[in-house]
Design a protein around this ligand. Sequence first.
Ligand SMILES: [Zn+2]
Length: 145
Amino acid sequence: MSRHADHSHNVRKVVLPSGKTIEIVSFDDQLVGGLTAPAAPAAPDSAFEDHLHVCGGCGSGLVYPLDWNEAGARHWEVTLRCPNCEWVGTGVFGSEAVERFDAELDRGTESVIADLRRLMHANMEEDVERFSAALQAGHVVPEDF
Ligand SMILES: [Zn+2]
């Protein structure tokens, strides 16, 4: 049984090296934070660092940063969240891993924009086809305008 049975979430305070305090909220009884996800198979940290966008808990590639702070000259402390399984964790990562993550996030954004453009284009083509069919069938008359 949970000590927080009467609450829907846990709040965990994390003090960053800079002295700043952040709060990590989890909406289940799993303790979050640290370098590994609760359900993660004991994956080596290096593998985890290589793919910050991949959830250590469920394998989803949709992990995104909630917060990041400099932690020394070549490291960043990043709080991550997986929208698929609600995993949230904070870890300190080398700047190379963080740069790769940044590039991966850019790729994700570009991919969403490309999908949106394709969708808009497909919708427009459908509209044009419908309109031209209606014109040919005599369903569109000057009074419509
Ligand atoms: Zn996940």
